[in-house]
Design a protein around this ligand. Structure first.
Ligand SMILES: [Zn+2]
Length: 176
C-alpha cells in the first residue's frame, strides 16, 4: 500500500478491501493541481460512497496526518478554485482576492464562495524504482527504456492524455 495507515482506518470504518485499495492508489497518484482540493463531495462521487461516510474517512485521514484542512476560495463568476487558505489565513486571503485571473473578472469574495477542503500532505510510501515499475505497468511501457524513450513512445502511440503522463513524475518527490 502507498498509505499503510489506511489499513487501520479500513478496520475502524469497516471498509471493503477493494475500496481502500482504489482510494490508496487514487491518493498516491493525485496530480498537483488536485491534491489540495480534496473535498467530501469529490470523494463521495468518485468512490460512490455516502457523503457522511466520505466525511468520516477524510476526517480520519486528517487525524492521521495524511491530510490537512484547507479552505478553497472559488471565483463567484466562473466557480473555479482560485486560492487556498488555512483556517488562520482565511480572512486575510479572502480580503486579498479582488480579481480572478482564470476568467479575468473583478470579484468580491463572500462566505458562499468558500468551500471546506483537504490538502494531501503525506507522501506515498513508494521508492523511485517501485514507482517506475508501477507506472510502466499502468501505462503499458517497457521499463527498460529511458525516461526520454518512454515519453517518445507514449507520444507516438498517443496512449494517454499528456496530462496523465506528466503528473506522474512531477507529482511528488519520491526520493527516500
Ligand atoms: Zn473566475
Amino acid at each position: 500500500m502507498f498509505y499503510p495507515k489506511l489499513l487501520k482506518i479500513k478496520k475502524e470504518l469497516n471498509f471493503a478491501e477493494d475500496l481502500i485499495d482504489e482510494f490508496d492508489k487514487w491518493l498516491a497518484f493525485l496530480p498537483d493541481s488536485e491534491n489540495n482540493v480534496i473535498t467530501v463531495g469529490k470523494v463521495s462521487t468518485k468512490f460512490n460512497i455516502d457523503y457522511t461516510i466520505a466525511e468520516g474517512l477524510l476526517d480520519k485521514l486528517c487525524n492521521e496526518g495524511i491530510l490537512e484542512e484547507r479552505f478553497i476560495i472559488l471565483c463567484p463568476k466562473c466557480e473555479r478554485p482560485i486560492r487556498s487558505a488555512t483556517k488562520q489565513s482565511l480572512l486575510d486571503v479572502a480580503n486579498d482576492v479582488k480579481y480572478c485571473y482564470k476568467c479575468n473578472t473583478e470579484i468580491k469574495i463572500t462566505m458562499e464562495d468558500i468551500i471546506f477542503s483537504y490538502k494531501l500532505v503525506e507522501k506515498p510510501n513508494i521508492t523511485e524504482t517501485e514507482l517506475k515499475k508501477y507506472t510502466s505497468k499502468v501505462l503499458g511501457i517497457d521499463d527498460s527504456l529511458s525516461k526520454a524513450e518512454r515519453l517518445n513512445k507514449l507520444l507516438k502511440e498517443g496512449k494517454k492524455d499528456l496530462n496523465d503522463f506528466f503528473t506522474f513524475p512531477l507529482k511528488h518527490k519520491y526520493q527516500k
